[in-house]
Design a protein around this ligand. Structure first.
Ligand code: BTN
Length: 248
């Protein structure tokens, strides 16, 4: 794979692998700004222990960041989603990408991309990104799905990856500014899907219903339950009061 990389970045391109997140975990310590991508994953993983079916044609990439003790790790969920949304909008002229909390991307209300953030034992953050370029495997997906091709955009995974790394590098540098964290959260909020809408949140131990009131300054989802505000740190969000019906 031949793409232009931002200064200081390295790309390892594979034909087939189990999971690019696992490949990144096997990189030597000190690896930073290294991206591993593969044409096919045989054991691609999604959030909450789910599978990420990974046929040829889509983008599967994991970014290794050495944040020096995982400083600001949580904000990378929003940084990654905002950077990817900007990248897709750049290469697919006229598309409208929405960010669904915490880090899914939607086009026409359907999931086009998923992000899996993990840490390893040596203080690195792994940002695993899957983008449906051509195919949109339905199996095991909780939400309606789509692909860029289905939405009418003929782009390659190379085009999306090159712009993604450029945007990622830009937002990472922006994060170092004094107002960097709020700039990243605002970039995400500008593209937020469904603020003010009814949502159901499946928390690890229970299910809560209310209105999506936006984010707090740390990126927690604010769920308004008849005036009581609940801060959600982890969960699956469904729009529409019945839960799983309206869209992802
Ligand atoms: C989700 O559940 O929405 C997150 C999906 C993340 C998939 C990507 S594809 C590249 C990287 N390697 C993996 O095994 N998973 C992530």
């Amino acid at each position: 794979m031949k793409i232009a990389l931002p200064d200081g970045w390295r790309l390892i391109a594979k034909n087939e692998t189990v999971s690019t997140n696992e490949d990144v975990k096997a990189l030597p310590s000190g690896s930073d700004k290294v991206a591993v991508c593969a044409e096919i994953q045989t054991g691609g993983r999604g959030r909450m222990g789910r599978r990420w079916i990974s046929p040829k044609g889509n983008l599967y990439v994991s970014i290794c960041l050495d944040l020096g003790g995982l400083r600001q790790a949580e904000i990378y969920s929003f940084l990654s989603a905002a950077a990817l949304a900007c990248a897709i909008e750049k290469v697919c002229s006229g598309i409208e990408v929405k960010c669904k909390w915490p880090n899914d991307l939607l086009v026409d209300g359907r999931k086009v991309s998923g992000i899996l953030l993990e840490t390893d034992g040596v203080g690195r953050l792994i940002v695993g990104i899957g983008v449906n370029i051509i195919d949109c495997p339905e199996e095991q997906m909780l939400y309606p799905v789509t692909s860029l091709a289905k939405c009418g955009f003929r782009v390659t995974r190379e085009m999306v990856l090159e712009e993604l790394l450029r945007q990622f590098d830009f937002w990472q540098k922006r994060l170092n500014d004094e107002d960097g964290k709020s700039a990243v959260l605002n970039a995400w909020k500008r593209k937020a899907y469904g603020i003010g809408k009814k949502i159901v949140v499946n928390l690890p131990d229970k299910r809560e219903e209310g209105t999506f009131d936006g984010l707090d300054n740390d990126g927690y989802l604010l769920l308004n339950k008849g005036g009581e505000i609940i801060k959600v740190t982890v969960g699956d969000v469904f729009f529409g009061s019945a839960g799983r019906n309206e869209n992802g």
